[in-house]
Design a protein around this ligand. Structure first.
Ligand SMILES: *[C@@H]1O[C@H](CO)[C@@H](O)[C@H](O)[C@H]1NC(C)=O
Ligand SMILES: *[C@@H]1O[C@H](CO)[C@@H](O)[C@H](O)[C@H]1NC(C)=O
Ligand SMILES: *[C@@H]1O[C@H](CO)[C@@H](O)[C@H](O)[C@H]1NC(C)=O
Ligand SMILES: *[C@@H]1O[C@H](CO)[C@@H](O)[C@H](O)[C@H]1NC(C)=O
Ligand SMILES: *[C@@H]1O[C@H](CO)[C@@H](O)[C@H](O)[C@H]1NC(C)=O
Ligand SMILES: *[C@@H]1O[C@H](CO)[C@@H](O)[C@H](O)[C@H]1NC(C)=O
Ligand SMILES: [Ca+2]
Length: 533
């Protein structure tokens, strides 16, 4: 038997070597034989890069920017009097729809999307092209955009890493960067490793060189990689190491969407000639985006299923990007796999609950346990996500359990959010109800019971429209006090001023009486005194 095992081991070793020379990080697990028999050994892994244009959704703005509806003639910059070409959306041979930017051209036939011409000059000719994958991708090669009939003289490439929620510029392009964007012109060659993620404006791809000579506009990924991996990318390990250690570097090469903002078309190396605006337009024959699915080093396959890309997650992870641990594999917090240590990296596998921590389940809210001697129990330490308890199975005071979340969900505890004024404390019961002060009500004690009004807390009504009516024509102000007519006072305006015959209208309360009233009062009381005789 022994020689067979030895042979098998050698064979497996050989297989592994082959795998290694084929490229690192392309297998997630391999069968190895040990003294205990054969076991699966995990390693960090990532899918192969591929052309992503086949998986993209494209959208062009504004509506009506694509040429051909109605049919239109256009000329070329090289020969402005040759205006024989026509764009007609209703004729398949003469139509130029957006999908022709992403097709696979055969037999050398160039197919392209084309816009209307710049008839509206001097209004700018603007067009946006938005590419959406609905999946995080990691660029592995240059983005290449091929323009027919000349490259734009002003353009911005934007990117999003959150499916289009927010956007940021990736690179600016202009024949005069200062003039167009107020930015000094730079080349990628001006970048050093420390400022590789800086957004630059480049003039490399916007100057007029003839429409046939140079058609491509690039976003230079390889040149940026080369700052770490050497000019022929021979030292990819160094790049991978830096992707992990340098803040923001990984995100810099990550995209979910791209947007081309076309701001001014090719002009043929001169100023705009108003008498022939039919030679100004945009035409794009190809957009090449080479990338790999971002799977956080937990998958070597990425599948296109039901119209979207999805990582085939290993290491007991799950999610579109393998960004979570599978249920009941949350003994430790999820982590991405790592390229380090080279050359095989670390898988950072998700662990089955209870498998590693001496059966102390912490539902993924802690990765440390400690033995408490005098209680003879093992307990989780520093529970995160607002949990507490031996197994991080309770919510901290001031939080309550999210009934629709599993115990190992990061959102399992919801903050009580009790109204500071209306509640006795900041705690709540299992359904999120706070303990209210007298007169307060509602889930968070943010309302008042009937008969109470809100003013930084609930207070009993002073007046209302039913039982505590303001009298003598007074009006109730927000249940807080009666606004009395000038000659009445009292909480409900029930007391006339100067009602008694002792003439105490001159006392403290007179300060807001008008002078006439004061006079009248004095007169009145004197009259009273007189008539008493
Ligand atoms: C292109 O997108 C930008 C950013 O959303 C927007 O401000 C602009 O109006 C768009 N242009 C066109 C022509 O739709
Ligand atoms: C994007 O993918 C998510 C799932 O990750 C899906 O729910 C959503 O419908 C997709 N959106 C589009 C526009 O395809
Ligand atoms: C990058 O940093 C170097 C050194 O600080 C500087 O010379 C260079 O101009 C910077 N590049 C850009 C594009 O800012
Ligand atoms: C994932 O969990 C399954 C089921 O417990 C186990 O057989 C497998 O070995 C685990 N995979 C890894 C990579 O740990
Ligand atoms: C409760 O948990 C569910 C499932 O995880 C989550 O979708 C929801 O947002 C949570 N509710 C709150 C208020 O956090
Ligand atoms: C929480 O408090 C509310 C209001 O006092 C009450 O209706 C509810 O039954 C309480 N829920 C629990 C689980 O005690
Ligand atoms: Ca094409």
């Amino acid at each position: 038997m022994a020689p067979v095992t030895a042979m098998l081991r050698q064979l497996l070793l050989l297989l592994q070597c082959v795998a290694l020379t084929l490229g690192q990080y392309d297998i997630c697990k391999s069968l190895v034989s040990t003294d205990d028999g054969q076991i699966w050994e995990s390693s960090a892994c990532q899918p192969k890069h591929t052309s992503m244009k086949q998986y993209v959704k494209v959208r062009v703005d504004p509506p009506g920017i694509t040429c051909g509806d109605p049919p239109e003639r256009f000329c070329t910059l090289e020969n402005p009097y040759l205006c024989s070409d026509e764009c007609d959306a209703s004729n398949p041979d003469l139509a130029h729809p957006p999908k022709l930017m992403l097709d696979n051209e055969r037999n050398g036939l160039i197919t392209y999307w084309q816009t209307v011409t710049w008839r509206r000059f001097p209004d700018p000719l603007l067009a946006n092209i938005t590419l959406s994958w609905n999946k995080s991708l990691e660029l592995t090669d240059d983005i290449l955009i091929t323009f027919e009939y000349g490259r734009p003289t002003m353009m911005v490439l934007d990117k999003s890493i959150n499916n289009g929620k927010t956007w940021e510029p990736y690179q600016f392009y202009a024949d005069d960067c200062m003039d167009a964007f107020g930015m000094p012109p730079k080349k990628v060659q001006d970048l050093l490793a420390i400022n590789v993620t800086r957004v630059i404006c480049t003039e490399e791809y916007s100057r007029w060189v003839g429409s046939k000579n140079e058609k491509n506009v690039r976003f230079e990924v390889r040149d940026r990689f080369a700052l770490f991996a050497g000019p022929r990318l021979q030292n990819m390990d160094n790049l991978y190491t830096r992707l992990e250690s340098m803040k923001g570097l990984r995100d810099y090469f990550t995209i979910t969407n791209l947007r081309l903002r076309l701001l001014r078309p090719a002009l043929g190396g001169t100023y705009v000639q108003r008498e022939n605006l039919y030679k100004y337009f945009y035409a794009i024959s190809n957009i090449e985006v080479i990338a790999r699915c971002k799977c956080n080093l937990h998958a070597s396959q990425c599948n296109f299923r039901e119209g979207r890309l999805e990582c085939e997650c290993e290491h007991n992870t799950t999610g579109q990007d393998c960004g979570h641990c599978k249920k009941s594999f949350r003994a430790k917090s999820w982590r991405p796999g790592s390229y380090l240590p080279t050359p095989n990296g670390s898988p950072n596998t998700c662990e089955a609950a209870g498998s590693t921590l001496g059966n102390c389940e912490c539902y993924g809210h802690s990765n440390r346990c400690s033995y408490i001697d005098f209680l003879n129990i093992v307990t989780c330490v520093s529970c995160k996500h607002n949990t507490r308890g031996q197994h991080c199975q309770h919510c901290r005071l001031g939080y309550f359990r999210n009934a629709s979340a599993e115990l190992d969900d990061e959102n399992v505890c919801i903050v009580c959010n009790c109204n500071l004024m209306g509640s006795l404390n900041d705690r709540c019961n299992e359904t999120g109800y706070c303990e209210c002060k007298d007169g307060a009500s509602g889930l968070k004690c943010e309302d008042c019971l009937p008969g109470y009004y809100w003013k930084q807390g609930c207070f009993p009504n002073v007046c209302d429209d039913e039982l505590l009516l303001c009298q003598n024509g007074g009006t109730c102000y927000q249940n807080q006090r009666c606004l009395c007519p000038p000659d009445f006072k009292g909480v409900l305006c029930e007391q006339p001023k100067c009602a008694n015959d002792k003439g105490d209208c001159n006392t403290a309360s007179t300060s807001y009486l008008s002078l006439t009233l004061l006079l009248l009062c004095t007169l009145g009381s004197q009259l009273a005194t007189l008539t008493a005789y």
